[in-house]
Design a protein around this ligand. Structure first.
Ligand code: FAD
Length: 473
């Protein structure tokens, strides 16, 4: 059977389903081809399930720390299967929501594995996708425009492929039936540190091995140092400038034995499980791109500023084009692609203004350039910094670790970046992102009235600190 539509979307993850809704809102007929579940990695193997587990870990940790709030508890029990059940219920609720949005916007969803078969016979400018349905039948989708949104999968270390028993990627870690007593996490990037924070709060012995000199290698050094200090305080063992590979790991009867390397030295580690979190690989194989003139750059689909591939009627968005590999970047790119194909006005996409959030305890969030990046770009940098220990609401919450740091250009007064570590900073970063988008100066943001007592006061204070005018300290 052949289905014709204005816009076909290959992959119904965050990028794909948001693009579909936007296209339907603009009056386009839309078909989404999804081989698994609508919502993709973010909803089923990423953001949502991991944050649900993190929330359970946070509640458990707070109950264990409740005495400092004047609350004595006894007989507190962690029932991990119930934690997993709650996670599944959260995911399912949102999954239902995405399916409802597809119905509401009259978007046709085809469940099957799609493969681009090149320009179709109906028009030299149209894309055709052959879809293998679950029952083995084939369907063809012909469209004026095609958006590729096939996402990514965990990067595997050769010889340390996930076996679901001892060696895990984040996919297997999310579905554990029970908690291990100990774990070594290879990779101290966003996923690695989130798991470290969650598992240590659940009472697991955690070791993080990171090849770079700091956790979160892309983030500000001071922020990473503070995160490292706070995780260590909670019992996480952190080995930086240290590597692990298949040659240094051996699966044993009890789990895994590792000789981690730091220069010439080796350190013996053992744990029940090994979590490999060393990045993600774009899903660009076996989707028929060889039938097109689409170009690649280091394993990701190359696109222009409007998300168009080298085939002007084919767009690509989200994790399969690399970059930040974040859900909100994928959905933004999806909306950009649709706006472009529909002839709508496009606003420039400043990738450095995409907020980056890490849901550790405490959280980390940043937008724009770090101090180091800003200096490397040639800016005459001035910074302002303010600690949560001087913010009333943070003291009330009993969460006064961390700070906000503002990086600005001394001569132009422009905000170049904002980095945060502390309570709920993933909810505070939006103000900093908006300030940068609107080209506000630190003074202007500092002049905005921030309610008291709120955590947001720290943003005003850190902005005023750029000129040495913060009130709080
Ligand atoms: P995906 O969500 O991966 O969707 C791609 C879809 O395409 C999938 O559903 C797949 O089944 C489908 N597909 C692939 N090939 C085919 C085919 N041939 N035919 C049909 N369908 C196909 N990001 C954040 O912003 N915040 C977070 O807190 C966060 N936490 C994360 C935690 C973890 C553990 C992980 C792994 C990721 C996390 N991410 C987070 C990243 C986020 O999940 C991704 O950036 C986002 O899902 C990318 O969206 P996408 O639409 O590009 O791809």
């Amino acid at each position: 059977m052949t289905i014709s539509c204005d816009v076909a979307i290959l992959g119904g993850g965050t990028g794909g389903y948001v693009a579909a809704i936007r296209a339907a809102q603009l009056g386009k007929s839309v078909v989404v081809i999804e081989m698994d579940k609508l919502g993709g990695t973010c909803l089923h193997r990423g953001c949502i399930p991991s944050k649900s587990l993190l929330r359970s870990a946070e509640v458990y940790a707070e109950i264990n720390e409740s005495e400092s709030y004047g609350i004595e508890t006894s007989g507190v029990q962690l029932v991990f299967p119930k934690v997993q059940k709650r996670k599944e219920a959260v995911v399912e609720q949102l999954h239902q929501g995405v399916q409802y949005l597809m119905r509401k916007n009259k978007i046709q969803v085809i469940k099957g594995k799609g493969r681009v078969t090149g320009p179709s016979i109906f028009s030299p400018r149209s894309g055709a996708v052959a879809v293998e349905l679950e029952d083995g039948e084939m369907e063809t989708v012909v469209s004026n425009h095609l958006i590729i949104a096939t996402g990514s999968r965990p990067r595997v270390l050769p010889g340390l492929e996930p076996d679901g028993k001892v060696i895990l990627s984040s996919d297997e870690a999310l579905t554990l039936d029970e908690l291990p007593s100990s774990i070594v996490i290879v990779g101290g990037g966003v996923i690695g540190v989130e798991w470290a924070s969650m598992l240590v709060d659940f009472g697991v012995q955690v070791t993080v091995v990171e090849a770079a000199g700091q956790l979160l290698p892309q983030e500000d050094e001071e922020v990473a140092k503070e995160l490292q200090r706070l995780l260590k305080k909670r019992g996480v063992k952190i080995l930086t400038e240290t590597t692990v590979d298949a040659a240094t790991c051996k699966v044993t009867d009890d789990g895994i034995a590792i000789d981690a390397r730091k220069g010439e030295q080796t350190q013996s580690l053992s744990a029940e499980k090994l979590l490999v979190s060393v990045g993600r690989v774009a899903n660009v194989e076996n989707i028929g791109l060889e039938n097109t003139d689409i170009r690649f750059d280091k394993g990701i689909i190359a696109v222009n500023a409007s998300m168009q591939t080298a085939e002007p009627h084919i767009y690509a968005i989200g994790d399969c084009i690399g970059g930040l590999q974040l859900a909100h970047a994928a959905s933004h790119e999806g909306i950009m692609a649709v706006n472009h194909l529909a002839g709508e006005k496009l606003h420039p996409y400043h990738t450095h203004l995409v907020p980056r959030c890490v849901y550790t305890r405490p959280e980390v969030a940043s937008v724009g350039h770090t101090e180091k990046e800003a200096k490397a770009l040639g800016h005459d940098v001035v910074t302002g910094k303010f600690p949560f220990s001087a913010i009333g609401k943070a003291i009330v919450y009993g969460q006064k670790d961390g700070f906000v740091k503002v990086v600005a250009d001394r001569s132009s007064g422009d905000i170049l970046g904002v980095q945060m570590i502390g309570p709920h900073v993933t909810d505070l970063i939006g103000e900093a992102a908006l300030a940068q988008l609107l080209d506000a100066t630190p003074w202007e943001v500092g002049e905005a009235i921030h309610a008291h007592p709120t955590l947001s006061e720290i943003i005003g204070e850190a902005m005023l600190a750029v000129d040495g005018r913060s009130i709080g300290i």
